[in-house]
Every structure is written in structure tokens, then in C-alpha cells.
Design a protein around this ligand. Structure first.
Ligand code: K7E
Ligand code: CUA
Length: 761
């Protein structure tokens, strides 16, 4: 009693002392930290209170990491790295058999490629609006496109471009995501063979691949995809038309000089030869008609893939060129589909092309001539709406919600220029740190841009952050564009590859799941054939092979002991039986390169050869409950000729009747607390709160397990087997503790979300 009173007094005293120091005012903090009023305003605009949510979700390329980064806007808090082209252990990506199969789709001519240079993420669209269903991203180094399902933010498919040897102008989607475009970058022969550089003009080719997306199954259909071949001009960024320009695509190029360098051969480098001319070519392609040509059998098969040759494309009138200044980079179609804005890296202008004017030139057949491959060239002046002096080295353009307002990244000047593309006038400029590449406005490449924020994706960070060695983090700068003047709000370091482009979607459009259907193969989106239900765990032995059908649930792995013989092939399949939100278990094993992630409901597998006799502990890698450390087991690999003559001896401690009775007493007391919490929850309108309904389900599950364990304890006690009776009573208590923990979480949730007491009838 005395002790308790002492404690109360001490706590009260502490609270008083703490209060004395806790009266720091906003002004005090500003002074102490050297913050200006502008800083505090910026902080208030970006701060998301604890437990709060962001208004937008950004998907950024992860550059050389081969991943996609997901972060919230305006808080700039990183939410996830989606593993795409590169293994990522936490997600088990590239470690479980299911995801290894996805990475294996990305092999290039039989070779494993375990990284990607991701550049441009694209969100799926319906009628030109983001629908929040899928995300696509390209790999520039190894021309590939990946499909990510936004139901679970997982990579489902990788397709390899069958004819290109690099690509850049992808991924961009049509208004209804019928096709995903991927344009070539460095010209190369379409065939997988050696062709000397002397044959560059004749045999090296570029082009645009149109990947057919099958929305029903959520996968690209390679058999219905095709490529429109183009001259070796180093095609660059692309975009699809929409509205009036629907059915057309636009692709830049930057080395229409077709220059081939060779510093060691005493030739000036590529950079000199590829920037010699004042203009390159914008490729204008009627992809709808191209698709019809493919359907009509007019494509040629190269490496088993449909290719429309330059000759066919010219003959059928589906490809045109327009000169564009100078070493251009970005091409961005306006939300209404009437204009496209192109910027030249070595120019100070942005050029606005009019789709109506392009069409008029094509209809009238008035061209300034043909290129060496017979493709008609539309006169630049005939297609131009206007040009605006935006700054030195303009790259990419994004659209605002305000009509005619756009933002262009200015690489050399390190600025963003806000301008009006209808009238052709500059509205505002802001300095960036440093050398901006892409930029992104909220939903800025959909038909419904929402403005509000702009993110500058900068190439250099230099002195913006605490130094961490010669390799600096990347810097995304958040800018408020809601007013007339742009205002810099925040610098966010990104420590994972150079992000090129990013897209941001209104968070309300995304509806990701929180669990899988029980026994789910998330990579094929089908029920796994290895799904294992509670109580049906088994180990199947055939000569030379051991297959384990196991489960995980707080806090044990079934089986806990796996015995195999040296040289056996071991296949482990685990199903996470949890239904509770965020109850992921991991599975790591000593010395076998085994690391799995089991989200609720998921089934994953791993296969390896137990080629060395020994003891291999395994355990759960997610701190999933108080007894997480006890979520463990052993793989025992016996030597081939092992003669098991050890006497079975008891392992560990022994228990008595008194131990059993003590445990049962504690269990009964615990049950009283659980009943009390259950009474409180059931007495409220908990059914109005879906998260609480899920928690109650989970708690009921746990109490069901407790009942099973109790029955086993009772049975053992009836046989006076105090050893097992005590251990099963302990397990019964473990389930009770989990149920109590869940119950308390539900009770707290109800308290914090304004649940009310139900009237007693
Ligand atoms: Cu870096 Cu779009 Cu690949 Cu421009 S790209 S910056
Ligand atoms: Cu499951 Cu820790």
C-alpha cells in the first residue's frame, strides 16, 4: 500500500515538472530552431498530423534500383518501395518461387537480369482519367515493361521487348489503357545478331512498340502487341493522343543525324555528332490504323513478334515526321488532346504543336519532302501553334487544372517556368536545387489535372542535405502551385536510384486490399495449388524429395521440425492463416538463402537442395506478437547413411501437477478479463466500424484456438500426463493473450472513433 501511494505521488510530481518544460510556445520553437514565418507556413502546408493521411499518392521511378517508390503528398512520407525488376528481400521478391517466376519472365536471351533502369511510371486510365487499377513502368537498359496491380501494389508481369536493345519512350498509356507504348532509344538491329556499324543506316533500327493490355486478366498480351519500325534516329519520349488526337501517338528523337561516334577510333564523340543539326524529328504515328494493319496480317514477324516495316508504314500512310528543335526531350499532350508541347535540351523555347494543324497538313498532302527512308516530313511552321522562350534547356511539361497553364522544367537554368501555352506568355519562374529533370503536377498527365502541387525531380542534391559520402541522395522538391506565384515548400531526399518521372493520383481513387483470399498466389492472382488449411499441414516424402505444406499463425510455424536427408530437394509451401490486418509473418532460414514474406492469406513457396548435412534453424522475421521470438523451428538435414541410435530422452524442463493447476488458475483469471472487454465491445455499435468487425473476427478465431488447446490440456490432465497438460494449458493461455490484445485494440478504436453504447432492450 505504502509503495503504491509513493508511486502515485512520484508520478504526480513528475507530471508537474514536465508541464513546466512543456509550455514552449510556437514563437519559442521558431526562435530555438531559427525558423521564419514562411518556414512555419510551409511546414503547416505539408504536415500531416500523426495518424493522418495524404491527399495524393505519388509513384516515382526508382531509377537504377529497378523499384518503384510510393510516397504521400504533401507530407512526402515514403510509404513503399514496390520491387519490380530487382529482388527485394523484405517483400520476398526474387526469393519465393512465385515471384522468381515473374523475374524469370524478364530474362534477356536466356540471361537473368537482376536490375532495371526504371524511368517512366504510368497509371492506367479509363476515358483518360486515372482509375487507380494498374501501374506500368519501363526499364531503359533492358527494354522491358512491368505490370503492377494496385490492388496489392505487387509486380505481376514483366515483358521483354523482342526487337529493341534499349528503350526509353515508355510507359505511357492510351485513354482506355488498350495499349502501352515503349519507344526504342539506341538504334540496333531488330534481329539478335551481329551487324557491323558500317551497316548502321541499312540495318540498325528504332521504333515504337505498342503493348496490348488485357484489362480483364490484368496482363499484357504479347501475341497481340506490335512494333512500328522507325529509322535509326534514337527515339525518345512518347505520349498518346486523347480526345481529338485519340488513335495517334507522338515520339521524339534526338540523333536524327544518325551519327556513330568512336572516340578511340579518332572520331568526335556521340555528343558532338548527335547535336549537329538544329532540328530532330517528332514521329507522328496513327497507332489505331497500325493495329488494324496487324489484324489484317500486314505485319512481318521478327523474333516471333509483329513488326510493321517502314516501307509498309509509309505505304499505308501511318507515319509522319515533323522537325523539332533542338535535341528535344519531352513531348506532352494537353488534357484536351489538341496540343502537344515539345522542348529541346539545347534550345530556350518550348514548341507547341497543334494536332489540328498536323492533321490539316497530312490531309492536304503538303510536305516539305521525305527523309531517306521515304517518310513524309511535315513543315515545322505548318504544324506549330506557337513557341515560347521559357529558359535554357527545357525538358518536360506538365499541365495545371487551370486552363492553358503549364509548367516546364528548365534543366540548365535550374528553374521551373510557369507559362500559358494558349497565349504564349511566361507567367512565373522559380529556382530549383539543382538541375531539374522531370516535374510532376497532381494527375498532370490525365484529362483531369488537379494542380495544387508540383514536384521537381532534381538531378543533383549537392549541399541540400546532411552529407553521406560521395553518392548523394536524390532530391524531390515540393512546390505549392495553388496561387499565382509558385512557392517552394519542402526538400525530400530519396536514397534509392535516380528517379526520372513520377505520377501522382488522388488518394481517394486507390482502393488497395488489406488481405488476400486464403491460400492465394499473389503473382498469378489465383488460388495457390499449395494452399494449406489449419490442421491439414503435412510433410510428403518421395525418393529424393521432401515437400512441406505448412502454415503460419501467431505465433508458431507448422511444422516446427522438418527432417530431411542430405541431398534431398526440399520444397516448402507456407500459407499464412491470418485474416487480421497487418499480421504478416516472415520466414528466414540459416544458410539456404531462404527469405519469405507471408502477408495475411498468402501462400508462398521456396525450393532448394539440402546438400549439406547439418542443423538449420528457421524463424519468423516480423515481430508479430509477444511470442514472436518463439516463432521458430528446425530443418534437420541428416547425413545419408546416418544411423539413429540415440535414446529418446526428454528435452527441456519437466512439469508437475502443481504447475498445471497454477497455469489453469491464471487462464481462468485471464478469461474473466477477456469477457469484460468483450462485454464492452458487444455493448456498443461496433458493427458500424469495419476495422473493429475484422478485429472481432480475429479475436473469435484466437478464442477458438484457445478452446482447442484447452481440450488437449484437459485430455492430458485426465491421463495425469502433467508434462503435456501444463504445456497445452500454456498454449491455451497464449491464444487468450492474443485474443485479449486484439480485444483491447478494438476497444481503443471504438473509444477513439466515437462509438456509442447500444440501448439495452
Ligand atoms: Cu530522365 Cu524521361 Cu528518362 Cu527526362 S527522362 S529527365
Ligand atoms: Cu510471426 Cu513473428
Amino acid at each position: 500500500m505504502v509503495n503504491l501511494r509513493k508511486l502515485v505521488l512520484l508520478t504526480a510530481a513528475l507530471a508537474i515538472t514536465a508541464n513546466v518544460f512543456a509550455v514552449e510556445s510556437l514563437e519559442d520553437v521558431m526562435k530555438r530552431r531559427g525558423l521564419t514565418e514562411k518556414n512555419v507556413l510551409a511546414a503547416a502546408k505539408t504536415y500531416v498530423p500523426t495518424g493522418g493521411r495524404d491527399e495524393y499518392i505519388a509513384f516515382s521511378s526508382g531509377g537504377q534500383s529497378g523499384h518503384v517508390l510510393v510516397y504521400g503528398i504533401p507530407s512526402m512520407r515514403i510509404l513503399k518501395y514496390i520491387a519490380v525488376f530487382t529482388p527485394e528481400p523484405w517483400q520476398g521478391y526474387g526469393f519465393d518461387d512465385e515471384s522468381k517466376a515473374v523475374l524469370a519472365e524478364g530474362k534477356i536471351q536466356g540471361k537473368d537480369i537482376n536490375y532495371g533502369d526504371t524511368h517512366h511510371p504510368a497509371l492506367s486510365e479509363t476515358d483518360g482519367k486515372y482509375d487507380g487499377k494498374f501501374l506500368f513502368i519501363n526499364d531503359k537498359a533492358n527494354p522491358r515493361i512491368a505490370v503492377i496491380d494496385l490492388h496489392d501494389f505487387e509486380t505481376k508481369q514483366i515483358v521483354v521487348n523482342p526487337v529493341f536493345k534499349s528503350s526509353h519512350g515508355g510507359a505511357f498509356v492510351t485513354e482506355n489503357t488498350e495499349y502501352i507504348i515503349e519507344a526504342a532509344q539506341y538504334p540496333a538491329p531488330f534481329e539478335n545478331e551481329y551487324v557491323p556499324l558500317e551497316k548502321f543506316n541499312e540495318r540498325y533500327r528504332g521504333g515504337m512498340t505498342y503493348w496490348k493490355f488485357d484489362r480483364k486478366i490484368g496482363r499484357i498480351d504479347a501475341s497481340k502487341s506490335f512494333t512500328v519500325m522507325a529509322p535509326p534516329y534514337s527515339q525518345d519520349l512518347s505520349d498518346f493522343g486523347k480526345g481529338p488526337s485519340s488513335g495517334w501517338s507522338f515520339t521524339n528523337s534526338f540523333c536524327s543525324e544518325r551519327y556513330v561516334g568512336g572516340i578511340m577510333q579518332n572520331k568526335p564523340p556521340f555528343e558532338a555528332g548527335c547535336s549537329a543539326k538544329d532540328t530532330d524529328f517528332l514521329h507522328v504515328v496513327n497507332w489505331k490504323k497500325a493495329a488494324e494493319l496487324v489484324a489484317a496480317g500486314k505485319a512481318t514477324k521478327i523474333n516471333g513478334h509483329n513488326v510493321i516495316t517502314i516501307e509498309t508504314a509509309v505505304k499505308e500512310g501511318i507515319i509522319f515526321l515533323i522537325p523539332e528543335p533542338k535535341s528535344p526531350h519531352g513531348v506532352d499532350v494537353s488534357p484536351d488532346g489538341k496540343y502537344l508541347i515539345v522542348s529541346g535540351k539545347l534550345d530556350s523555347h518550348a514548341s507547341v504543336f497543334s494536332f489540328a494543324k498536323i492533321q490539316a497538313a497530312i490531309q492536304s498532302g503538303s510536305f516539305e519532302g521525305k527523309d531517306n527512308y521515304g517518310i513524309p516530313i511535315i513543315k515545322m511552321q505548318d504544324a506549330l501553334h506557337l513557341q515560347v522562350q521559357v529558359g535554357l534547356g527545357p525538358l518536360h511539361t506538365q499541365y495545371d487544372s487551370k486552363k492553358c497553364v503549364v509548367y516546364t522544367s528548365i534543366y540548365v537554368d535550374s528553374q521551373v517556368t510557369k507559362w500559358d501555352y494558349c497565349e504564349g506568355k511566361v507567367l512565373d519562374k522559380i529556382s530549383i536545387h539543382y538541375n531539374i529533370g522531370h516535374l510532376m503536377t497532381m494527375q498532370g498527365d490525365s484529362v483531369e489535372p488537379e494542380g495544387k502541387y508540383l514536384v521537381a525531380l532534381n538531378k543533383l542534391a549537392i549541399d541540400r542535405f546532411n552529407p553521406v559520402g560521395p553518392l548523394h541522395p536524390q532530391n524531390h522538391q515540393l512546390i505549392d502551385i495553388s496561387g499565382d506565384k509558385m512557392e517552394l515548400l519542402y526538400d525530400m531526399p530519396l536514397p534509392l536510384g535516380e528517379p526520372h518521372y513520377a505520377v501522382a493520383i488522388n488518394a481517394k481513387t486507390l482502393k488497395p486490399g488489406v488481405r488476400y483470399r486464403s491460400g492465394w498466389n499473389s503473382r498469378t492472382d489465383k488460388k495457390s495449388k499449395f494452399k494449406t488449411r489449419a490442421g491439414r499441414e503435412k510433410i510428403v516424402r518421395t525418393p529424393g524429395k521432401v515437400e512441406v505444406f505448412g502454415t503460419t499463425i501467431r505465433s508458431h510455424i507448422t511444422p516446427e521440425i522438418i527432417e530431411v536427408t542430405e541431398g534431398d530437394e526440399v520444397e516448402l509451401h507456407f500459407t499464412n492463416l491470418e485474416r487480421a490486418e497487418d499480421e504478416t509473418h516472415g520466414f528466414a532460414m540459416y544458410g539456404q538463402n531462404v527469405n519469405l514474406s507471408l502477408e495475411p492469406g498468402k501462400t508462398v513457396s521456396t525450393t532448394f537442395i539440402a546438400d549439406k548435412a547439418g542443423v538449420y534453424p528457421y524463424y519468423c522475421t516480423e515481430f508479430c506478437s509477444a511470442l514472436h521470438l518463439e516463432m521458430e523451428g528446425y530443418l534437420l538435414v541428416k547425413p545419408k547413411d546416418y544411423n539413429d541410435d540415440t535414446k529418446k530422452s526428454s528435452v527441456g524442463a519437466t512439469y508437475t501437477k502443481a504447475d498445471y493447476e497454477k497455469q489453469v488458475k491464471e487462464n481462468i483469471a485471464t478469461q474473466a478479463i477477456i469477457d469484460q472487454v468483450v462485454g464492452i465491445i458487444l455493448g456498443q455499435n461496433y458493427k458500424d466500424f469495419p476495422p473493429v468487425v475484422a478485429l472481432v473476427e480475429d479475436a473469435v478465431d484466437q478464442l477458438g484456438f484457445a478452446k482447442e488447446a484447452k481440450a488437449k490440456a484437459d485430455a492430458a490432465a485426465a491421463k495425469e500426463d502433467w508434462q503435456n497438460a501444463t504445456l497445452w494449458a500454456g498454449q491455451w493461455w497464449q491464444y487468450q493473450v492474443k485474443a485479449a490484445d486484439i480485444g483491447l485494440r478494438a476497444k481503443t478504436y471504438l473509444e477513439q472513433h466515437g462509438a456509442v453504447k447500444l440501448d439495452k432492450k
